[in-house]
Design a protein around this ligand. Structure first.
Ligand code: SF4
Length: 259
């Protein structure tokens, strides 16, 4: 069922339909492949698999590709990603013969922010870091979500305490600034690191080169750093805030907050 965002009646009907979908499925026994297949059939081009090219995103992408499930693949390009990430995107596009959608911040937003606070405003305070994440990540993500009724992400409980407490396998979220709802699927939410690594190995899924340098995930240059053995997985994000009183919630950039 495709939504017509201009019509209030249509939005209500679509919201109700999505609520029924969430309620009627037994998501706990639905495999990741079945979830991807359902999303593709139900939403067509209004379903998107959004990834920052961590293993979970690549595993789902590989599952969809090997089962012939057509899905849009998208990423948020903050324009500050590591060089290795840009190279990896090109590698993935070549290997699978596809184009990854790249959602960028608006030039006017970047110019205004950098003009007021400078390129490296995220060092100054938590508020300025969140402002930068809003401009470079959240706003482009919201633009992407305007084009979908189903957002598939690689979020997993093991990634952080915050995610363990808040994330679900399938849920409804609201589109920013509208009454419209959309489905958010996290098909690998209960997968462990070991299970992911095993799938990657056994299925020869391409792997981002920064894993080998100790990065648990890949964000922007400077803000995402490798972690040492025993450190929390989010400890490498905005490392300069680690000595201040932050909890795992403060290490979220707003991308996965339920709206
Ligand atoms: S991770 Fe850093 S550079 Fe990237 S958007 Fe957030 S504050 Fe800005």
């Amino acid at each position: 069922m495709k939504s017509d965002v201009k019509n209030t009646d249509s939005i209500s009907k679509c919201n109700q339909h999505l609520e029924n979908c969430i309620r009627d499925f037994d998501w706990e026994v639905t495999s990741p492949e079945e979830m991807l297949s359902w999303a593709s059939k139900e939403f067509g081009s209004r379903a998107v698999l959004a990834t920052s090219f961590q293993r979970s995103g690549m595993v789902m992408f590989h599952m969809a590709h090997s089962k012939g499930i057509p899905l849009r693949i998208a990423t948020i390009d903050t324009m500050r990603l590591h060089d290795e990430t840009y190279s990896f995107i090109e590698h993935v596009e070549k290997r699978y013969s596809l184009k990854v959608e790249r959602w960028h911040p608006k030039n006017s937003h970047i110019e205004r922010m950098v003009g007021r606070f400078g390129e490296f405003l995220f060092f100054d305070s938590k508020e300025k870091q969140e402002h930068c994440c809003d401009v470079r990540k959240t706003k482009p993500k919201n633009s992407m979500l305007e084009t979908v009724d189903c957002w598939i992400s690689g979020l997993r409980w093991e990634q952080s305490e915050h995610r363990k407490q808040t994330a679900k396998k399938a849920t409804l979220i609201g589109e920013y600034g509208t009454q419209r709802k959309l489905v958010k699927l996290n098909p690998l939410i209960d997968w462990s690191d070991q299970r992911l690594e095993r799938y990657v190995r056994e299925n020869e899924v391409p792997e981002h080169s920064l894993y080998a340098q100790g990065y648990p995930s890949f964000g922007c240059k400077v803000c995402a750093t490798p972690i040492r053995p025993g450190e929390d997985k989010r400890a490498g994000r905005w490392r300069w805030f680690n000595s201040t009183e932050t909890d795992s919630n403060d290490k979220e950039c707003g991308l996965h907050y339920t709206i």
